[in-house]
Design a binder for this molecule. Structure first.
Ligand SMILES: [Zn+2]
Length: 235
């Protein structure tokens, strides 16, 4: 390699490193200032089949050795089609994930969210339901068919019954059953998200205080498994 070639090579390397640092810095700044925009942009990349797959390499593993600062908490269903890092095109250290069937939350889940908000600096919490949710469907089937509530069936439900009972305890769900129409399933999915957002906004002492002081955002969204799109709800 000639002297000039070496100089040019070094110049190119320096430019690439500089661009990389600018990109990393811009990303970190946007994560701080507008974490919701990062999720929306990531979902757009996913839907348009142009994911960056950033933060999914050994460099990121190395970067995270000293700690994590996930910019968002995603409370989603355990459904294998609703993986937050994939549908939002994020990587290691970006999202703090809570997943249960039907994205229902009790003390363990709320404690995990509080930990992220209080100790990891997460400022955005998303309660993410999804179309064709099996947990909501199970709840609706039982609601429509009281025979399922017979002791024999309850035994077969096992611990799934706790999830169904949780959904049944939500006022928003019971309001859906007072209405008529063929879109009850979709409404029940939304009602569960609306309930989850309300539950977290009113959760004392940590989340409600942070939310009321404007230190964290708590939003609801529906993932459409047919299209890959995340629809953020106006709540
Ligand atoms: Zn589900």
């Amino acid at each position: 390699m000639t002297y000039m070639k070496i100089i040019n090579y070094l110049k190119l390397t320096l430019t690439a490193v500089t661009l990389c640092l600018i990109t990393v810095s811009a990303y970190a700044q946007e994560a701080n200032e507008n974490p919701l925009a990062l999720l929306k942009e990531g979902n757009l990349r996913f839907v348009s089949s142009t994911p960056l797959h950033q933060h999914q390499d050994m460099a990121r593993v190395d970067e995270l050795k000293s700690g994590q600062q996930p910019f968002a908490v995603i409370v989603s269903c355990s459904d294998s089609r609703v993986s937050p890092e994939i549908i939002f095109d994020q990587g290691l250290g970006d999202l703090f994930s809570i997943r249960t069937a039907g994205n229902v939350m009790a003390d363990f889940e709320e404690g995990s969210i509080e930990y992220a908000a209080e100790h990891l600096g997460s400022t955005l919490i998303v309660v993410l339901g999804h179309t064709s949710c099996g947990a909501v469907k199970a709840f609706m089937d039982i609601k429509h068919n009281p025979d399922h509530q017979h002791a024999d069936h309850a035994e077969k439900l096992g611990h799934i019954e706790s999830i169904v009972n949780k959904l049944n305890s939500e006022d928003e769900e019971n309001e859906v059953f007072k209405t008529e129409g063929s879109d009850k399933y979709q409404k029940a999915i939304e009602a569960n998200v609306i309930h989850g957002v309300k539950q977290l906004r009113e959760s004392t002492p940590i989340l409600s205080e942070k939310y009321n002081e404007g230190k964290i955002q708590i939003v609801g969204a529906i993932y459409h498994i047919e299209s890959g799109e995340v629809e953020f709800l106006d709540l």
